[in-house]
Design a protein around this ligand. Structure first.
Ligand code: FAD
Length: 485
């Protein structure tokens, strides 16, 4: 039988992989491929930290495939070359008559893939696409009025009516076990991973490499730990100084761990299914909700989901944006978060909310600027989650926090980092500051003489704007906005 092409995209695993499983069942030689075509990701071409992760994840997938008796073939789209033309070339060179992939639900890919599917089908190729990345496929989900959901709780309740399937175990279905052959011919034009230039040329990634192992094995061991500690999730998930959350977001984004594996494992191993369902698994459904929203409201990737919010009177200020990015706003909880992000490629969810709120409210910067910075620096950068996270904070999203609800960075800091451990970890200048002033170092009598982070570095700065002034300015902007909208 002619070969089957398995087109890996953001499903970089072999277990619980519907597309891989489909190909194995077809019992023909399998040709696993990956195509790097950043031009097709526009306007959200992958950011730098995400590229770092992708490099490691592809390396790991190659190793998994090798172990199962196969080989990943990597292709790079040169300028003016499309995935479609590369696929035509692979189909022609290999004589394959079937191709299968797991769907990506972001606007750019939905459009591209449907064109590819139509063109290949016309050529007589058998094309299959599967859902390998979500518990609830946005294609089929609607509320009672037949419309997409816009409110989380009904969405979640609706999803719970149809419990996710258990993961597909393909242990006995690997190429070596099943006796299917891997495609053994040559395909001209495939390249090695290094040619994709995913790794940075300047070494800003030291902290990221120290913090993460972007392999499936590492994701699985993190999943084990999460299941054990999941009963404490409710009490610990908002404390940034402790590892109280799974830190599996990047593994989920790249499909190294599937949401079905995540769900199943937590239900199986946590002390009580109810605890898991209402705690961490509820968060997993926020991921589902984000994907649902982006799929049905594709304009929200760049514009306000509620269009009137595009009229919001932002006050773009390059200097303020830069200080926020650098973690030098003078508000310790904000700066700690931004520095954690820069050094590790990840930031705790509570702090993502506080830093995002500070940018769009106290500093009146457009949410898209914050989303772009997160996009470039997060290893888990995910268009649906990032878009929804920012629009939720900016008040322009579905089921969002109203704009006039403004996080107080001082109170948030006192509540969620009471002894300042998180702040001290990420801001060395404040490490020895007595607890009394850790959240408001500007009140410390010796503020001007605080130690410097490094020789030549400026001292820890005074607040970029006093909290009350920032809050009043944001509320005033909101008042003006409600008049014009
Ligand atoms: P856990 O608490 O262990 O949760 C388990 C999983 O559920 C996560 O891995 C994630 O996939 C999902 N999840 C948890 N919280 C949320 C949420 N609020 N929304 C959607 N899914 C959620 N998440 C990303 O994966 N990529 C992003 O680019 C991203 N950008 C964000 C931007 C802003 C402004 C905000 C406020 C949130 C953003 N989030 C993003 C959501 C959330 O902060 C992260 O998913 C979470 O911090 C990841 O840590 P964890 O894996 O330990 O989460």
């Amino acid at each position: 039988m002619s070969s089957t092409i398995v087109w890996f995209r953001r499903d970089l695993r072999l277990d619980d992989n519907p597309a891989w499983n489909w190909a194995l069942k077809r019992k023909a030689p399998i040709l696993p491929i990956y195509i790097h075509a950043p031009g097709e990701e526009q306007p959200w071409s992958r950011g730098a930290a995400s590229k770092w992760w992708l490099h490691q994840a592809l390396q790991d997938l190659s190793a998994q495939l090798k172990q199962s008796g196969s080989q990943l073939l990597i292709f790079k789209a040169e300028t003016n070359q499309s995935s479609q033309s590369i696929l035509d070339h692979i189909l022609h060179s290999s004589g394959a008559k079937a191709i299968v992939w797991n769907r990506c639900y972001e606007p750019a890919f939905v459009e591209r893939d449907s064109k590819i599917k139509a063109a290949l089908t016309k050529q007589g190729i058998s094309v299959e696409s599967m859902n390998g990345s979500l518990l609830c496929d946005p294609l089929s989900l609607r509320n009672r009025s037949g419309k997409p959901f816009q409110v989380f709780t009904p969405f979640w309740k609706h999803c719970l009516q149809d419990p996710p399937r258990p993961p597909i175990h393909s242990d006995d279905l690997s190429i070596t076990h099943s006796g299917h052959r891997s495609y053994s011919g040559q395909i001209p034009g495939c390249c090695n991973l290094e040619k994709l230039n995913l790794l940075p040329t300047k070494n800003w990634d030291t902290g990221i490499s120290q913090h993460w192992q972007a392999t499936r094995k590492s994701g699985l061991s993190q999943l084990q730990k999460t299941a054990i500690h999941c009963c404490n999730y409710h009490d610990q998930r908002d404390i940034p100084a402790i590892d109280g959350t799974s830190q599996l977001s990047a593994y989920l984004h790249f499909g190294q761990i599937s949401p079905h594996e995540f769900h199943h494992h937590l239900i199986q191993h946590s002390a009580s299914a109810e605890t898991a369902q209402s705690g961490i698994l509820r968060q997993l459904y926020w991921r589902e909700f984000s994907a649902h929203l982006l799929y049905h409201y594709p304009h929200s990737q760049s514009h306000a989901l509620k269009p009137e919010y595009d009229l919001f009177p932002w006050k773009f200020n390059r200097d303020h944006l830069q200080r926020w990015q650098d973690g030098t706003t003078g508000f310790p909880i904000i700066d700690a978060g931004m520095r954690q992000l820069w050094q590790t490629g990840w930031m705790h969810n509570r702090v993502r909310m506080i830093t995002a709120s500070f940018l769009v409210k106290h500093l009146l910067q457009p949410w898209q600027e914050g989303a772009r910075w997160f996009w470039d620096t997060l290893v888990d950068a995910d268009l649906a989650n990032n878009t929804m996270g920012w629009q939720w904070i900016a008040g322009s999203g579905a089921d969002a926090s109203p704009y006039f609800r403004i996080f107080n960075p001082i109170l948030q800091s006192k509540k969620f980092d009471p002894d300042g451990s998180y702040i001290r970890t990420w801001i060395p200048e404040l490490r020895d500051l007595p607890a009394k002033w850790i959240h408001t170092p500007w009140d410390f009598p010796g503020h001007a003489s605080l130690p410097k982070a490094a020789s030549g570095a400026p001292a820890y700065p005074s607040p970029i704007i006093p909290h009350t002034e920032g809050r009043e300015r944001a509320l005033e902007a909101y008042r003006r906005f409600t008049e014009i909208k």
